[in-house]
Design a protein around this ligand. Structure first.
Ligand code: WTA
Length: 664
């Protein structure tokens, strides 16, 4: 378990409480703690009946389900399994013939500030046309499609079009390397790639198609028949005759009507790869029915969505947050949402605040990392301070991806929320599909730094290593005791790993989240203390230490051994720190700097720039026990710059600690 950061330590004494105002409580969908508790009681009393009613009320089924939960093959739980539906029909067609059909579905703001709007009706036509193009190229129900696209309306269309024909998408974040793309194509057995020639970020044109070409050239991708390329910019890119087509070419002549393909509720809507505690990323497989139910329901519960809201989730579609709260949830709920192509600091660090004003955003959902970096920017330059923008349209703020330290929470509350907007600190994971522990804006009294209480029906608990409940105030392992509709179904191609990673035997069949947590003694509020496995959270992105270590040691001409740990960082939450033993003598000074840079670039090429270690230190060897195990807790202390207070008597080579403590 990684040690708590100083920011998190300060939560231990957190006693400020911010209850929602009477006006907010009165107007909310889930009104006051009484409203929340009534839902919890309903779910507890009649667990399956509760979810059955939610699924019937929130989704449109082409064939109704007769069985809610099937636990016979636990932990491979099935929800609504004999029901049939289509995810895209539940996001688009359902609004046709209602007041929502001519409502703006997406307000797209490009990197350069150009704004494009699209209504639900127009979006349905474009998704249908794209679905027809995929069908015309032989993509069918059950096929896997890899999506490597920028934040654009076309990215959402690509995902929705796959869903429409029952193809399972696997979106890969545009910052991942060719090697990462290659691995994912092969693991998923994808038949097509949807990409763009370039992406625009911060005024720069960055290649996407070239990376796909590089990945396909690595070999073994025989399942891929077509690559479809959205021409985001005017710059030409390499096109392989017979295999590659532009979106425009593929769409030419295709009808804008396409009947949605009904699939079973358990049909895999998507696979999304995420880091775990081994070197190989896990293909988290989600269902159609349970997942979509959650996406829709949490829009209503957590964001208290109203018909006139302008919702903005800043996450990229390459991450789970961009799946649930960009590509599916807002559309299923009929919201108007903002999609932003660029980065928060271009053309200046006031971009988010200016965009909230420009589009009259009412619900704003972002990551603590972004908030912390914008605090720094606003402190350094008054002209990008949120006070310079009119943020009076806002009514709810959200935070996701990592613990939010109370200092950042208070700044967000005061400077962005004008002390009137509830902040929902939503705890969840790729595996949970959507929020699981979060305040409800019109109910829960807020405590900065706490994700407060589980959603109704979520049996979250904190247990010890044997699965026994620990009392409030004592830290332990976060679990969820009973299944819930949007939970991970399996790891693609690896059901054994699914069982071992998430349902270890000693935990009584509970779902193991992989985070440590503690509940407050007074309110029983949850506070997440960080991952308990070898997963780091850098700027809200999950990175496996083993993945980075494998990348480093794959530079076989240079690296003999590597160990990677996290250390606290003011802006990114955690920073990646690598300890490296070279095959040659330990470098110092300029040479060390130059090799460290070479290794950073290597990791960027192997995984992606987000995995570049911030610190790289060289040693003659690594601190190991006599049995050869690397003592990571010592490395964590060294990375933090702490004095070593732990017992080092089992260490084979204690002198190494001083050497590693020296920065180069
Ligand atoms: C962390 C992102 C504290 C946690 C949605 C989890 C959080 C991991 C919070 C999942 C939060 C996410 N407070 N920690 N509100 N939200 N985390 O899969 O460690 O990218 O296990 O999903 O992020 O990251 P993932």
């Amino acid at each position: 378990m990684s040690a708590p950061t100083s920011a998190i330590e300060s939560v231990l004494v957190e006693n400020r409480v911010f209850p929602p105002s009477d006006a907010i409580v009165k107007a909310a969908r889930v009104s006051g703690m009484a409203g929340y508790e009534a839902l919890c009681a309903e779910a507890e009393k009649d667990f399956e009946g509760f979810w059955a009613r939610q699924a019937q009320g929130n989704l449109q089924w082409t064939k109704p389900f007769t069985r809610t939960l099937d636990e016979s093959n636990a932990p491979f739980f099935q929800w609504f399994a004999d029901g049939e539906l289509n995810a895209s029909a539940n996001c688009l067609d359902r609004h046709i013939g209602t007041a929502t059909e001519n409502k703006t579905a997406i307000i797209f703001e490009a990197d350069d500030g150009t704004v494009t709007k699209i209504t639900y009706k127009e979006l349905l036509a474009r998704v249908s046309q794209f679905a027809n193009a995929l069908k015309a190229h032989g993509v069918a129900k059950g096929d896997r499609v890899l999506i490597y696209m920028p934040m654009t309306i076309e990215g959402v269309i690509a995902m929705q079009a796959c869903a429409r024909i029952g193809a399972t998408h696997s979106v890969v974040f545009g910052g991942f390397s060719a090697k990462a793309v290659h691995e994912r194509i092969i693991d998923a057995g994808a038949v097509a790639v949807l990409t763009a020639n370039y992406q625009m970020r911060g005024g720069k044109e960055l290649p996407l198609k070239a990376i796909i070409d590089e990945a396909l050239a690595m070999g073994g991708c025989d399942t891929i028949r077509n690559v479809f390329v959205y021409q985001r910019t005017a710059t030409a890119c390499n096109m392989v005759a017979g295999r590659d087509k532009t979106f425009a070419e593929a769409l030419a002549g295709q009808s804008t009507e396409c009947a949605p393909v009904a699939v079973g509720a358990e049909h895999p809507l998507f696979i999304l790869y995420t880091s775990g505690s081994t070197g190989k990323p896990k293909g988290v497989q989600h269902s159609t029915g349970g997942y979509l139910l959650w996406a829709k329901m949490t829009m209503d519960w957590t964001f208290d969505l109203r018909s006139d809201d302008v919702f903005w989730c800043t996450a990229d579609i390459g991450w789970i947050t961009g799946h649930t709260y960009v590509a599916y949830g807002p559309l299923a709920a009929g919201a108007t949402q903002i999609i932003f192509e660029g980065i928060p600091t271009f053309p200046n660090a006031g971009r988010f605040w200016q965009m909230i004003e420009r589009h009259k955003c009412t619900i704003f959902y972002t990551a603590p990392t972004a908030i912390r970096s914008l605090i720094k920017a606003a402190e350094a330059d008054e002209t990008v301070h949120p006070a310079r923008s009119d943020l009076s349209s806002l009514r709810i703020l959200g935070s996701v991806g990592e613990p939010i330290n109370p200092e950042a929470w208070m700044w967000y509350h005061k400077n962005v929320g004008g002390e009137r907007c509830p902040i929902v600190d939503t705890f969840w994971q790729t595996e949970t599909g959507g929020h699981v522990i979060t305040p409800l804006p019109g109910a829960t009294p807020l405590v900065p730094g706490s994700c407060t209480l589980p959603l109704p029906g979520i049996t979250a608990a904190i247990v010890d290593e044997m699965g026994n409940d620990v009392p409030n105030g004592a830290g332990g392992i976060l679990v969820i005791k009973r299944p819930w509709p949007s939970m991970i179904r399996t790891i693609w191609n690896d059901p054994e790993r699914f069982k071992k990673s998430y349902f270890p035997e000693e935990l009584k069949g509970y779902y193991l989240a992989g985070d440590g947590a503690v509940r407050s003694a007074d309110r029983g509020y949850f506070r997440i203390t960080g991952r308990i496995d070898d997963v780091l959270n850098v700027s809200g992105h999950r990175m496996g230490t083993m993945e980075i270590e494998s990348a480093l040691v794959s530079k076989t001409d240079l690296v003999a051994e590597a160990a990677v740990v996290g250390r606290p960082d003011d802006v990114t939450g955690e920073a990646i720190c690598a300890f490296v033993v070279l095959k040659r003598s330990r470098p110092t000074g300029e040479e060390a700097k130059q090799i460290a840079n070479e290794l950073r670039n290597w990791v960027a090429k192997e995984i992606g720039p987000i995995a570049k270690p911030k610190d790289i230190r060289f040693g003659d060897n690594l601190p190991k026990t006599r049995s050869g195990k690397i003592m990571r807790r010592l490395l964590r202390s060294i990375a933090k710059g702490e004095a070593i207070t732990q017992d080092t008597s089992t260490l084979e080579n204690p002198a190494i600690l001083d050497q590693l403590a020296q920065t180069n």
